[in-house]
Design a protein around this ligand. Structure first.
Ligand SMILES: Cc1cc2nc3c(=O)[nH]c(=O)nc-3n(C[C@H](O)[C@H](O)[C@H](O)COP(=O)(O)O)c2cc1C
Length: 457
């Protein structure tokens, strides 16, 4: 927890108060995990402790499994996956990928990976969904609900793709739809699965407070506020001052997002909150402000931002190498790994990348990076041992699932009972071909017999 992070705490569904960092961490550790065995027998509800949390934000292309695991390793309390649209997930097959120890959700039609998660993060990962429809949202969420800690509804994305489809920030102007989605999700999700939403500020403080209250009433167990309005660009400063007018609109935890790029800024933020709280005359012993913070670009440029202990912060080169190792372990595509690396090497506000990287000027390294066509090439350049032969053939490629066939109905039923065969896509594919081969051989024999009969006739 950040020094001075607020003691005020409301924990998930049970709204229990817990005080102080040690207690918060202990409670987080004790919070029940989804069972993940398909039984839903997590018990005790979805209680997630948001006290003093530091969270990796949802980021398209960035908040994939490798970055999430790195952020958790450095000390993030929770991690949110990139936004995935409900319709994209619906119909996906759940595949246990024993080659990488991941649970993959794969589109049977396009044969591409949609979402990958792993046991390591199960108790701390939120699946973020883009949706404009309660029924579709529910259908999609139910597919992943037992493999994640919670579902987050994106109510802040201002991109035209989202808004035109009634998703993201469009939901801020259609509160009845936003409410329907949350209610339907809460009604249908297993108790073990938490429900949150991420919003932007509306035009006035009063409107934002009203919207937050609507989210709370509809079942959200925490509300993240990205402290910018729908029309404000990322380069414009986030309104930290506004969070002090919003945090007490609801009883559920409020998470503040926007412009946390360094540890010093995080500390300044908490000092600012407490100063403002004192000025507002917060009750004695009660510290004012949001429950936690959420970091997007700051974590993409430097996942070790989550390290609270300065003595264990890695060097820039080690941080990058660690990320690449995680990308290899998580079966990231080499293209995704390259993109994340390019962001780390570019840096941004308050996070300056070094002029030189692995002995070459960073600009020259970036040019070399752009020509690399495999995970092996990236590893070689960074001096990381990599044996491509120890992975399935299409590992680290977008074509990993191209040769894969969904399980037949019987195996799928067995999978629902938690006994999904632990096979690489290639193995599973081969097995299914072998299963149908006798029938195919029979048909081929019949054809040959018919041909012979015709010739003899
Ligand atoms: C590359 C990138 C992708 C993003 N994708 C998402 C997303 O999928 N869902 C979402 O709610 N916000 C998304 N955002 C917004 C961030 O979650 C966050 O709200 C915003 O960047 C402000 O936080 P920051 O100042 O810490 O960067 C994205 C931001 C970036 C930079």
């Amino acid at each position: 927890m950040a020094p001075g992070a607020p003691a005020r705490e409301t924990c998930g569904a049970g709204r229990q108060r817990c005080f102080g960092a040690a207690r918060a961490r202990a409670e987080r550790a004790m919070a029940p995990e989804p069972s993940g065995d398909g039984s839903g027998a997590a018990g005790g509800g979805s209680r997630v402790c948001f006290s003093g949390v530091e969270i990796l934000a949802p980021m398209v292309r960035a908040s994939t499994l490798a970055l999430r695991l790195e952020c958790l390793r450095y000390g993030a309390d929770l991690v949110f996956g990139e936004e995935i649209i409900d319709k994209k997930l619906i119909g996906a097959a759940r595949v246990e990928n024993s080659a990488f120890g991941t649970v993959d959700f794969v589109s049977p039609r396009e044969k591409v990976l949609i979402f990958a998660t792993s046991k390591e993060e199960r108790s701390r990962v939120f699946f973020q969904m883009g949706t404009a429809d309660a029924a579709l949202a529910t259908q999609a969420a139910m597919l992943v609900a037992r493999d994640v800690r919670g579902i987050d509804v994106n109510m802040g994305c201002p991109k035209s793709f989202s808004v035109k489809g009634g998703m993201g920030a469009a939901l801020l102007s259609t509160p009845e739809v936003a409410s329907d989605i949350l209610r339907a999700l809460r009604r249908n999700l297993p108790e073990s699965c938490a429900l949150t939403c991420k919003i932007r500020m509306l035009e006035t403080t009063a409107k934002t407070r009203d919207f937050m209250q609507l989210c709370e009433k509809s079942g959200a167990e925490a509300v993240t506020v990205h402290c910018r309005t729908r029309d404000e660009r990322p380069a414009e400063p986030a309104h930290w001052d506004e969070i002090m007018r919003l945090w007490d609109a609801v009883k559920v935890p409020v998470i503040c997002n926007g412009d946390f790029f360094t540890r010093r800024q995080i500390d300044e933020f908490w000092k600012f909150c407490h100063g403002a709280g004192a000025a507002d005359g917060a009750a004695a012993g009660e510290k004012a402000g949001p429950s936690g913070i959420m970091i997007a670009r700051g974590a993409l440029w430097n996942p070790s931002i989550f390290c609270r202990d300065a003595s264990v912060v890695p060097s820039f080169e080690d941080m990058v190498r660690n990320y690449v190792r995680a990308a290899v372990r998580a079966n990231s595509t080499y293209q995704n790994c390259k993109w994340v690396l390019s962001q780390m090497l570019a840096g941004g506000v308050g996070v300056t990348a070094p002029n030189e990287f692995v002995g070459v000027p960073t600009k020259a390294f970036n040019r070399q990076l752009s020509t690399m066509k495999s995970m092996g090439a990236i590893c070689e350049k960074l001096g990381i041992p990599h044996d491509a032969a120890s992975f399935p053939q299409q590992a680290h490629m977008t074509t990993y699932y191209r040769g894969w066939e969904p399980l037949d109905a019987q195996a799928a039923a067995a999978a629902a009972g938690g006994t999904l065969p632990q096979k690489r896509p290639g193995d599973q594919h081969r097995e299914e071909i072998e299963d149908v081969a006798p029938e195919l051989r029979g048909e081929a024999d019949d054809d040959a017999a018919r041909k012979r009969a015709r010739t003899e006739a």
